[in-house]
Design a protein around this ligand. Structure first.
Ligand SMILES: [Zn+2]
Ligand SMILES: [Zn+2]
Length: 317
């Protein structure tokens, strides 16, 4: 049985990565079982580092994060090698038996029926967002947008906020090269995107830290589209003041930009009485279009970066 013996008592089987060099992972938490990918060799360096699920934050040793496909693959490769070795050994034994019994009354032979164990090939799944952690440089891919870094467990919400605000900023720049209606359209869209980016970020961050809120259930779903209301809620639930982190004029400006966004999203940008009451915008006239300039959106984006950092520091610090 020399072929079988040659396999030894240990086999090294490497797990293939996908075309981008990413390796699939699966959360071992039975309530999650979330699938994600990481690029081995990026991120934290060191021995026995734990792995964190990007979706539920579950922490465990990296060898508990193999996907079902990978486990099946490794098992099938092992069985394949064993069955091949057995086949070769049986062939040799058959030869020896035939040689030994050549010319004698009883002819001995040995036959190995069957094929080597088939290998369970698989393809890693396509995911939706690829992230490079700005803290530990791990490259990972996830479903959705928001996640914990599987290496350093930093939540990427602030990173995603910055990325989306950058895109909105590019849109403002782009609007400068266009004329009339299209330029106005791009600016209003950039305003909407900046507000959405902040809303998505704030909502996610508060939900992730809901456990530390005075009322965790309420913290699961805070809308940031109405800034004044969001400010009150965040103060009540987490004792963090968004309005207190800007001076009064800046806060008024940001709140008004959010109200303008509401008009663009729901009223085709036409001023109504509710806007006048809420914004105290002296230039606005009911029934006329509200004005928004590229500079306003750029200034808003700068304030949102500041507010985002303030909220993030308050919740994670
Ligand atoms: Zn998980
Ligand atoms: Zn990281």
């Amino acid at each position: 049985m020399r072929h079988l013996e040659r396999l030894g008592d240990q086999m090294i089987i490497s797990i293939p990565s996908d075309e981008d060099g990413l390796t699939g992972r699966e959360c071992p938490n039975p309530d999650c079982l979330g699938y994600f990918k990481i690029k081995l060799g990026t991120g934290l360096k060191g021995e026995n580092l734990p792995c964190h699920c990007p979706y539920c934050g579950h922490t465990a040793s990296p060898d508990q994060f193999w996907t079902q496909d990978q486990i099946e693959y490794v098992r099938s490769v092992a069985f394949n090698q064993i069955s091949r070795a057995l086949q070769q050994d049986f062939r040799e034994m058959d030869k020896q038996l035939r040689r030994a019994s050549r010319g004698s009354f009883i002819q001995l032979r040995m036959e190995y029926k069957g094929h080597p164990h088939p290998i369970h090939y698989y393809q890693e799944k396509r995911l939706e967002t690829k992230v490079t952690c700005d803290v530990c440089t791990l490259v990972y891919a996830i479903y959705g947008v928001f996640a914990y870094c599987p290496d350093c467990r930093t939540h990427n919400s602030i990173q995603i906020l910055h990325k989306n605000l950058e895109l909105a900023e590019k849109q403002v720049t782009l609007a400068g090269g266009e004329d009339g209606d299209f330029s106005a359209y791009l600016i209003a869209d950039a305003l909407g995107n900046a507000v959405s980016a902040f809303d998505g970020f704030g909502r996610e961050l508060c939900a992730v830290h809901a456990a530390s809120a005075s009322n965790p259930g309420r913290a699961q779903n805070i809308s940031f589209q109405n800034l004044a209301r969001a400010d009150q809620r965040v103060q009540k639930l987490f004792d963090i003041s968004l309005s207190g982190s800007l001076d009064a004029n800046e806060w008024e400006f940001v709140s008004r930009c959010f109200q303008k966004r509401h008009l663009f999203a729901h009223k085709m940008g036409v001023v109504d009485q509710a806007y006048i009451n809420a914004s105290e915008d002296a230039q606005a006239v009911v029934g006329r279009k509200v004005s928004i300039t590229p500079d306003e959106v750029t200034t808003l984006i700068a304030h949102l970066r500041h507010l985002g950092a303030h909220l993030f520091a308050g919740l994670t610090g």
